[in-house]
Design a protein around this ligand. Structure first.
Ligand code: UDP
Length: 326
């Protein structure tokens, strides 16, 4: 069965394609290769196109017969969203709207959407569940929240069945190192730390050491990318059983500070990580930790691989063989 995977050449999308192929589906990647990699498309065919171009979306439906959609394609850099919000509204919101309209037009009514804990904003040190207020701090979170709302409206009017996953911080790599995290430029903490371990960069700047946390640095809830994509396969099956229109946080409920992540990388790699203390990064929340077990309870999801040790170990293994080339 064909499943359309937008952003299938990206970090999370490529892992999702592997999980789908393993589960017996055929992942059809749709990607503009702006931040994804052709070498990451290893588990099914692809169509090159952009969600802001309706004709390229139409082509996927002409060439393939998707029964459901996993929608990962999006811009996701907070720093970029802060400096160019229009880009985020155009790409993430208009692109998603085009996709959703095409899905309805073609009767492809099972839709899994990548949303984010950035839709919650900063909630003053509370753990976040799916009913926490959504007050995004930046255009990235706001664009994702808007798409959540569009899905709701299309559910009511057009019968689009959807699962929304609000990701906390996705980390790690395929334990077999076939695919992994590779952004250029890299902005995420763990790959930056591993770049420093490997000597690709001089060190890591810690963005803010005066936050109201125990060690003064921001706290995030990290979830292994393999666990995350397993939830998507469970969500897809759940939709196919006729259920839907539900939101799930995907996090573990454990928070790690920036300093704790760096210390863990030192232990896993047994190498030094030079650090510099820097200013806060605009748009960052103090603490984002999931307080929900809904995905465990409803989807029977278990984040089995999401220990900090394993996420860094798998990311490090991948880092040493990462071979995407354009
Ligand atoms: N961070 C940092 N130095 C870096 C990159 C990230 O101190 O070079 C911090 C960042 O401020 C945040 C945490 O690490 O508190 C996780 O950032 P990342 O960009 O990985 O994910 P985000 O939480 O922004 O989605």
């Amino acid at each position: 069965m064909d499943i359309l995977v937008t952003g299938g050449a990206g970090y999370i999308g490529s892992h999702a394609c592997k999980a789908l192929a393993r589960a017996g589906f055929t992942p059809i990647t749709f990607d503009n290769f702006s931040t994804g990699w052709r070498d990451a498309v290893r588990f099914g065919p692809y169509v090159e196109g952009d969600l802001t171009d309706k004709s390229s979306i139409a082509r996927v439906f002409q060439e393939h017969d998707p029964k459901a959609i996993l929608h990962f394609a999006a811009l996701s850099r907070v720093d970029e969203a802060m400096s160019n919000p229009g880009l985020y509204w155009r790409n993430n919101v208009l692109g998603s709207l085009n996709l959703i309209e095409a899905a309805v037009e073609h009767g492809c009514l099972d839709f899994v959407f990548s949303s984010t804990c950035a839709t919650y904003g900063d909630q003053d040190n509370v753990v976040l569940d799916e009913s926490s207020p959504q007050e995004p701090l930046n255009a990235y979170g706001a664009s994702k929240l808007t798409v959540e709302r569009i899905l709701h409206d299309f559910g009511v009017t057009h019968g689009l069945r959807h699962v929304i996953f609000r990701y906390f911080n996705v980390a790690g790599a395929d334990p077999e190192a076939e695919v992994g995290e590779f952004h250029r430029p890299e902005t995420h903490l763990i790959p930056i730390v591993l770049d420093a371990v490997a000597g690709i960069r001089d060190g890591v700047t810690i963005y803010g050491t005066d936050y109201p946390t125990e060690d003064g640095t921001c706290i995030r809830d990290y979830v292994h990318v393999s666990d995350l994509v397993d939830a998507h396969v469970l969500g897809l099956r759940w939709l196919m059983e006729g259920k839907g229109n539900e939101v799930f946080n995907l996090g573990t409920g454990s928070g790690f500070s920036v300093r704790e992540v760096i210390d863990s990388a030192r232990r896993v790699t047994n190498r030094d990580v030079p650090t510099t203390l820097g200013d806060r990064r605009a748009g960052d929340a103090v603490k984002l930790v999931s307080g929900s077990t809904r995905a465990e309870e409803e989807l029977n999801w278990q984040p089995r691989q999401s220990t900090m040790h394993q996420m860094i170990e798998d990311a490090w293994r991948w880092h040493q063989v990462a071979d995407y080339r354009e």
